[in-house]
Design a protein around this ligand. Structure first.
Ligand code: APR
Length: 314
C-alpha cells in the first residue's frame, strides 16, 4: 500500500513548523509537501535531515503551489495572519478569508479529491468559504472538508483533568458547536469517565475552554496566538484521519463540518472517520439543561452569523 502525501500550506509559520515536525515523526506520512510564501526551502531542508522514512519537499510562492498539491491525499491549511491582543478571531476575517479562498481554489485544480483540513481562523467562517469555493469548482464533497476544532477538545480534556485531579490520558470531553468564543460548547455532562460538576464549576470550565485562545494571546503579549498547542491538535487530527483512511475502524474526532444536527449549516460534533473522510455523525448525545440553554441562546445565533459571513464572502 502506497503511503500518504500530506501538504501543509503555511508550513513556515508558528503553527506550520511544529505541525510539520509532528507529521514528520509519523510513519503514516510518506511524503510531506511544505508550502509557504516565504521560508519553506529552509524548513524543508531542516526537517529532511530527521531520520524517519518520509520525504520532505519545500515549495515556495504561487508558481509552486500547484506542484505542491499534486497527488496530495490530505491538505492542512494553517496559512494566515495570527491574532494579536485586542483582536478577536473575526478581526482576522478579511485577510485570512482571501488566503483560504485562494489556497482552496488551488486544491480544486490540483487535488480535487484530497481531504482538506482548515486551521486558519476564523474557522467558523473559513470552513464555509472553503466549501463554497469547492462547490463552485464542481468538486465539493462535504465528507472531505474539515474545520480543525481539535484544540477545543484537547483543552477541555486538560482543564477538566486538572480541575478534578484525573489522569488526563483517560479523560475525553466532546466539544460541539463552533471554534470561537461563545460558539464553543464543551459537553461537560458527557465527560468520560463520568464526573459531576457544580454550576460554578460548569461556568468556570466552560468559560475557560471558550476563552483559552485569548489566554494565550494575552500571555504572548503581541507575539501572536496559540501555535504549539494548535500544532499538536492539528497533527492529532491529521494523523487520526490518515489512520481512518488506512482502514482503522474506530477513529472518532470532533470536527467542525457541514452538518444537519442543528439549524446551523456547519457544526462540530464527534464523527467516526473512515476511508472517505466523515463516515458517521455521532451527534449531540443527550444534552443537560445547562448545555441546551447555551446551545439555543448563545451558540447558534453567534455561529449562524459567522457562517453567513463566510458563505457571503465567496
Ligand atoms: N499562502 C501560504 N502561506 C501563507 C500565505 C499564503 N497566501 N499568507 C501567509 N502565509 C504564511 C505566512 O508566511 C506564515 O509563514 O502563513 C504562515 C502563518 O504563520 P504565522 O504568521 O506564524 O501565524 P500562525 O500563528 O501560524 O497562525 C496562522 O492559524 O490558528 C490560526 O488564527 C491563526 O489564522 C491564523 C493561522
Amino acid at each position: 500500500q502506497r503511503g500518504h502525501r500530506v501538504a501543509v500550506l503555511g508550513a513556515a509559520g508558528g503553527i506550520g513548523q511544529p505541525m510539520s515536525l509532528l507529521l514528520k515523526q509519523s510513519s503514516s506520512v510518506s511524503q510531506l509537501a511544505l508550502y509557504d510564501i516565504v521560508g519553506t526551502p529552509g524548513v524543508a531542508a531542516d526537517l529532511s535531515h530527521i531520520e524517519t522514512q518520509s520525504t520532505v519537499q519545500g515549495y515556495q510562492g504561487d508558481e509552486e503551489l500547484d506542484e505542491c498539491l499534486k497527488d496530495c491525499d490530505v491538505v492542512a491549511i494553517p496559512a494566515g495572519v495570527p491574532r494579536k491582543p485586542g483582536m478577536t478571531r473575526d478581526d482576522l476575517f478579511n485577510t485570512n478569508a482571501s488566503i483560504v479562498r485562494n489556497l482552496v481554489q488551488a486544491c480544486a485544480r490540483s487535488c480535487p479529491e484530497a481531504m482538506i483540513c482548515i486551521i486558519t481562523n476564523p474557522v467558523n467562517s473559513t470552513v464555509p468559504i472553503a466549501s463554497e469555493v469547492l462547490e463552485k469548482a464542481g468538486c465539493y464533497d462535504p465528507r472531505r472538508v474539515f474545520g480543525v476544532s481539535t484544540l477545543d477538545v484537547v483543552r477541555a480534556n486538560k482543564f477538566v483533568a486538572d480541575a478534578k485531579g484525573l489522569d488526563v490520558s483517560t479523560v475525553t470531553v466532546p466539544v460541539v458547536g463552533g471554534h470561537s468564543g461563545v460558539t464553543i460548547l464543551p459537553l461537560l455532562s458527557q465527560t468520560t469517565p463520568s464526573v459531576s460538576f457544580t454550576t460554578e464549576e460548569l461556568d468556570a470550565l466552560t468559560d475557560r475552554i471558550q476563552n483559552a485562545g485569548t489566554e494565550v494571546v494575552n500571555a504572548k503579549a503581541g507575539a501572536g496566538s496559540a501555535t504549539l498547542s494548535m500544532a499538536y491538535a492539528g497533527a492529532r487530527f491529521v494523523l487520526s484521519l490518515l489512520k481512518a483512511m488506512s482502514g482503522s475502524p474506530d477513529v472518532v474526532e470532533c470536527t467542525f463540518v457541514k452538518s444537519d444536527v442543528t439549524d446551523a449549516p456547519y457544526f462540530a460534533t464527534p464523527w467516526r472517520l473512515g476511508k472517505n473522510g466523515l463516515e458517521q455523525n455521532l451527534g449531540l448525545g443527550s444534552l443537560s439543561d445547562y448545555e441546551k440553554s447555551k446551545l439555543e441562546g448563545e451558540v447558534l445565533p453567534a455561529l449562524n452569523k459567522d457562517i453567513h459571513k463566510g458563505s457571503d464572502f465567496v
